[in-house]
Design a protein around this ligand. Structure first.
Ligand code: A2R
Length: 320
C-alpha cells in the first residue's frame, strides 16, 4: 500500500509518519510546503514539496504516485490566524482539498481518502447535547470551523457523486509533543519551562481559563487515522474525542502541579478570542464501534510529556 500524507511535516503529520513507518509496511509520500524543506526521509518514504492550492502540482503528484490512500492533513489549522485572515484560511483549506478530490476524479483514482474536519464544526451547543455525536447540528463559529465544515461536506459530496471512498473524521482538540506554542498547552508549558530555567519571571500569562475542551493525545489520534483507513466505512463521518471535558483552568493546574517552582497565574486580555465556545466535548462511540479505537494515553501523561519537551528545548537553546 502506498499512502499520500499532505501536511506531513506538521504536528500530526510528523507523528503519523513515524507511527505508520513503525506499525505498517506501507510506503509513504509526504508533502511539505515549498518554503519548508522536508526533513530527512526514511527509505520507505519520499518527501516532496507541494502547495496544495496549486491544481497542476496536485494533479502531477497524484498522477506520479497513484496512492491507495490519502490522509489530507495540510491546512491552516490555527483559529486566531483564521480570524485575522478569514479568506486566506478558507481558500487554503477548501482549495487544497478540492484539488485533491478533482485530481482523483480526473485520474480515475479511488484511494481511501481521509478528510480531516474538526470537533469545532459543531460550535456552540446546549448543555443537554453533550457529549456531541455526529448527528448534532453543525453551527461553526469561526472561519477555521467554516473551512472544516466545507472540507467535510466536499468529502461527502465526492463520495455521493463519484464514489470516491471518503472517510470523514471530526477530531476534537489534540495535544502532545511537537505542537506549535501558538496552541494552548505548549504555550503554557513553554512558559513554565522558561520560568523553571530562570528565563522568565514566575508569572504564567494565560487567556480565558473557563472554556472546557475535549483533549486527545496526538499519538492516539494518529493511531485512529490508521484504523480509519483500515476499518472506516466510506461515506461515513466519525468523531474522534476523549468524551471528557477539561477546562483550561484544570490544564493550568496540572502544569502547576508538575512544576518545580512556585508560579503565579496572570490573565492577559490579549489572549482572549473574539468568541470562545464555553464547552465542547464529543462522543467517539461510533468510531469505537467501527474500529475498536479508544484513547489510551492519560491526559496527565500528555501534559507531563509536553512539559518535558519544553524543558529539553529551553535547556538546549534559551528562548526557543
Ligand atoms: O502553515 P505551515 O507552513 O505550517 O504548513 C502547514 C501545511 N500546509 C500546507 N501544505 C501544503 N499546501 C498548503 N496549501 C498548506 N497549508 C498548510 O500543513 C503544516 O505543515 C501542515 C499542517 O500542520 P499543522 O498546522 O501542524 O496542523 P496539525 O495540527 O498537524 O493538523 C493537521 C490537520 C489539519 O487539517 C487541522 O486543521 C486538523 O488536523 O486539526
Amino acid at each position: 500500500m502506498h499512502i499520500l500524507i499532505t501536511g506531513a511535516t506538521g504536528f500530526v503529520g510528523t507523528h503519523l509518519r513515524h507511527y505508520l513507518l513503525n506499525k505498517t509496511d506501507w510506503t509513504i509520500t509526504g508533502t511539505a510546503f515549498p518554503d519548508r524543506p522536508p526533513e530527512s526521509c526514511n527509505p520507505r518514504e519520499s518527501c516532496v514539496s507541494l502547495d496544495a492550492r496549486e491544481k497542476d502540482s496536485v494533479y502531477t503528484l497524484l498522477a506520479e504516485t497513484r496512492p491507495g490512500a490519502i490522509i489530507h492533513l495540510a491546512a491552516q489549522s490555527h483559529v486566531p490566524t483564521a480570524y485575522k485572515d478569514p479568506w486566506g484560511t478558507l481558500e487554503n483549506n477548501i482549495q487544497g482539498q478540492l484539488n485533491l478530490l478533482e485530481a482523483c476524479l480526473e485520474l480515475d483514482l479511488k484511494p481511501r481518502f481521509i478528510v480531516i474536519g474538526s470537533g469545532e464544526e459543531y460550535g456552540r451547543a446546549g448543555i443537554d447535547s453533550f457529549p456531541l455525536t455526529e448527528n448534532h447540528l453543525l453551527q461553526p463559529e469561526n472561519p477555521y470551523s467554516v473551512s472544516k465544515v466545507t472540507q467535510d461536506m466536499l468529502g461527502y459530496q465526492y463520495f455521493i457523486s463519484y464514489d470516491i471512498p471518503v472517510i470523514r473524521m471530526r477530531p476534537f482538540n489534540h495535544v502532545g509533543p511537537g505542537q506549535s506554542p501558538r496552541f494552548v498547552l505548549p504555550a503554557f508549558a513553554s512558559q513554565v519551562a522558561r520560568i523553571e530555567a530562570g528565563e522568565q519571571e514566575p508569572v504564567l500569562r494565560v487567556g480565558n481559563l473557563s472554556p472546557a475542551r475535549d483533549f486527545t493525545d496526538v499519538r492516539d489520534v494518529v493511531r485512529a487515522y490508521h484504523m480509519a483507513i483500515e476499518k472506516g466505512e466510506p461515506g461515513e463521518v466519525y468523531n474522534l474525542a476523549s468524551g471528557t471535558p477539561c477546562t483550561i483552568q484544570s490544564l493550568v493546574d496540572k502544569l502547576l502541579e508538575l512544576s518545580t517552582v512556585k508560579i503565579q497565574v496572570e490573565i492577559d486580555p490579549d489572549r482572549y478570542r473574539p468568541a470562545d465556545v464555553p464547552v465542547i466535548y464529543g462522543s467517539a462511540e461510533k468510531f469505537q464501534r467501527a474500529t475498536g479505537w479508544k484513547p489510551e494515553i492519560p491526559f496527565k501523561q500528555t501534559v507531563q510529556d509536553v512539559l518535558e519537551e519544553w524543558r529539553r528545548k529551553v535547556k538546549a537553546s534559551p528562548n526557543p
